[in-house]
Design a protein around this ligand. Structure first.
Ligand SMILES: Cc1ncc(COP(=O)(O)O)c(C=O)c1O
Length: 416
C-alpha cells in the first residue's frame, strides 16, 4: 500500500466514518450512489443557515452574503472542472434535472431528419432526457453500443452511427455499473468531425479522475457533487457560446446573464456554500502533495493521490472476488488495465441473487447496492435479470485495505 497517502488524516475529516451502529463500524461501499462529506462541507451549509439565510438580490447583509456564496460556488466549480469562467457553470438540484432542462432547450433547434445518439452504457440520467427530447422534436434516436470485451465504447462503433444528420451525442465518461472509463477525448474528436455536439456524463468520472473540460474537448459536461464528497447538487458545464445560443425555459424577470438564465428559480444557497467547501477539501488534500501550486494544481495533486490509492483498493477487491467460486465480475478485471476503470466493481453470483447478498452484508454494516442502478441498457445487453441486477461495491479514497479484506471475508461467508 502507498504509505504516503494520509488515510488516517483523510478519514478524520469525515465524521460519519466513525459512526457505529450497535457497536458495529460502518463500511461505506455505497459511494457511486453517494459519498460521505467532510466536516467542513456540513459546517458550511450550517453556517449559511445560521448566519446568511436569505434570498438573492437584496440590499441587506444576509442577501449580499448569499450572493457571495453563490458566486463562490460557481467560481470553485469553474476551477474544479477547468472552465474558462464561472459563467460556464450551471448549478441545479441534480444532474438528471439539469439534463432534462438543457435537453429541452436543445430540442427546440432540432426536428425531423436530425439524429441524436445515446449509448447502451449510460445511466438513464443521460438517456431518458434525450429520448424525451427526440420524441418531442421528432428527431431520430440512434444507439451506440459498448464492447463487452474491452468494456468501453470503441471509436470504430461510431462509424456505423455518425452521419451528417447527427446533431448531438450523449455519452458517459465512466460507467456507474461496470466502472469502465471511456476514451472520451478520442471519441469526441471523431464526433466533432461531423459537427455534432457532445454532452458528457461525468457523474462517475469526476469523483475519481481530474476533470478538464478543455482537454476532453466536450461541449457540455455534467456531474453531481454528492458523488464527490459534496452536497446533493448537479452541475453542468457548457461552452459559453452554447449557453448563450440555446434558449432556456425561464421566468420573464430572470435576466439573460450567464449562468443565471439557466438557473431560473431560487437556488439551493446552503448547498452551494457546501459545494465551495467541497472544493476547499480537495485543495486541502492536494496541499499534502503539492503545496506550491495554485488551486487547480492542488486539486490535480489530490486526484493523483486518491487515484493511486483507489486503484490499489480496486485491484485488491477484484483479485479477492476472482477467487470466490461462482462470482462473475462485469467489467475490467485485468490488473494491467486498472487505470481504464474507476473503483466501482459489479458482480453477479451463479446461485445467490444480489439483493440477498446486499442484505446479508447490510446485517454486517457493510453498505453496498443491489440492482441495475439505472444502467438499464447494460444489464439488458449482458442478459442479466433486470429485476435483480448486480451487486455493486463502490470504493472511495476514504476506504481502507482492511475494509476491503473484511468485505471479501463477509462475502465468502455469505456465499458459503
Ligand atoms: C453515471 C450517472 N449519471 C447520472 C446520474 C444521475 O445523477 P443525479 O442523481 O445527480 O441526477 C447518476 C446517479 O447515480 C450516475 O451514476
Amino acid at each position: 500500500m502507498d504509505a504516503r497517502f494520509p488515510i488516517d488524516e483523510v478519514r478524520a475529516q469525515f465524521p460519519s466514518l466513525a459512526v457505529r451502529d450497535e457497536d458495529l463500524p460502518r463500511t461505506y461501499f455505497d459511494n457511486p450512489a453517494g459519498t460521505q462529506v467532510p466536516r467542513r462541507v456540513a459546517e458550511a451549509a450550517t453556517d449559511c443557515y445560521l448566519r446568511h439565510n436569505a434570498n438573492l438580490g437584496g440590499a441587506f447583509v444576509t442577501s449580499i452574503a448569499a450572493g457571495e456564496i453563490v458566486a463562490r460556488a460557481h467560481a470553485a466549480m469553474a476551477v474544479f472542472l477547468g472552465a474558462e469562467s464561472a459563467r460556464e457553470v450551471v448549478i441545479g438540484p441534480s444532474m438528471t434535472n439539469l439534463t432534462f432542462h438543457i435537453s429541452r432547450s436543445i430540442g427546440l433547434t432540432l426536428g425531423r431528419g436530425d439524429e441524436v445518439v445515446v449509448t447502451r452504457m449510460d445511466h438513464d440520467g443521460n438517456v431518458a432526457p434525450w429520448l424525451a427530447m427526440a420524441r418531442d422534436c421528432g428527431a431520430t434516436v440512434r444507439w451506440l453500443p459498448f464492447d463487452d470485451t474491452s468494456w468501453q465504447i470503441e471509436p470504430a462503433a461510431l462509424d456505423h452511427i455518425l452521419s451528417k444528420r447527427t446533431k448531438l451525442v450523449a455519452l458517459n465518461a465512466a460507467s456507474n455499473l461496470t466502472g469502465s472509463i471511456n476514451d472520451v477525448a478520442l471519441l469526441i474528436n471523431r464526433i466533432h468531425e461531423t459537427g455534432a455536439l457532445v454532452y458528457v456524463d461525468a457523474v462517475q468520472f469526476s469523483p475519481h479522475e481530474f476533470t478538464d473540460v478543455a482537454a476532453l474537448g466536450c461541449d457540455f459536461l455534467a456531474c453531481s457533487s454528492y458523488k464527490f464528497y459534496g452536497p446533493h447538487l448537479g452541475i453542468v458545464w457548457g461552452r459559453e457560446e452554447l449557453l448563450r445560443a440555446f434558449a432556456p425555459y425561464k421566468v420573464r424577470p430572470m435576466g439573460d446573464e450567464l449562468p443565471d438564465r439557466w438557473e431560473t428559480g431560487t437556488p439551493q444557497i446552503e448547498l452551494q456554500a457546501a459545494l465551495a467547501a467541497t472544493i476547499d477539501y480537495y485543495e486541502w488534500l492536494g496541499s499534502h502533495f503539492d503545496g506550491n501550486s495554485d488551486a487547480r494544481g492542488r486539486i490535480r495533486a489530490a486526484f493523483d493521490a486518491t487515484k493511486q490509492w483507489e486503484q490499489l483498493l480496486a485491484a485488491q477487491l477484484i483479485a479477492g472476488l476472482r477467487e470466490i467460486d461462482g462470482v462473475t465480475i462485469h467489467g475490467i478485471t485485468d490488473p494491467l488495465r486498472i487505470a481504464s476503470r474507476v473503483p466501482t466493481i459489479s458482480f453477479t453470483h451463479a446461485r445467490r441473487p444480489p439483493l440477498e447478498i446486499a442484505e446479508a452484508l447490510a446485517k454486517r454494516n457493510i453498505f453496498v447496492w443491489a440492482g441495475h442502478n439505472y444502467a438499464l441498457e447494460i444489464v439488458r445487453h449482458l442478459g442479466i435479470d433486470e429485476s435483480q441486477g448486480v451487486l455493486r461495491i463502490g470504493l472511495a479514497h476514504y476506504n481502507t485495505p482492511e475494509e476491503v479484506d473484511q468485505t471479501l471475508g463477509a462475502i465468502e461467508e455469505v456465499l458459503r
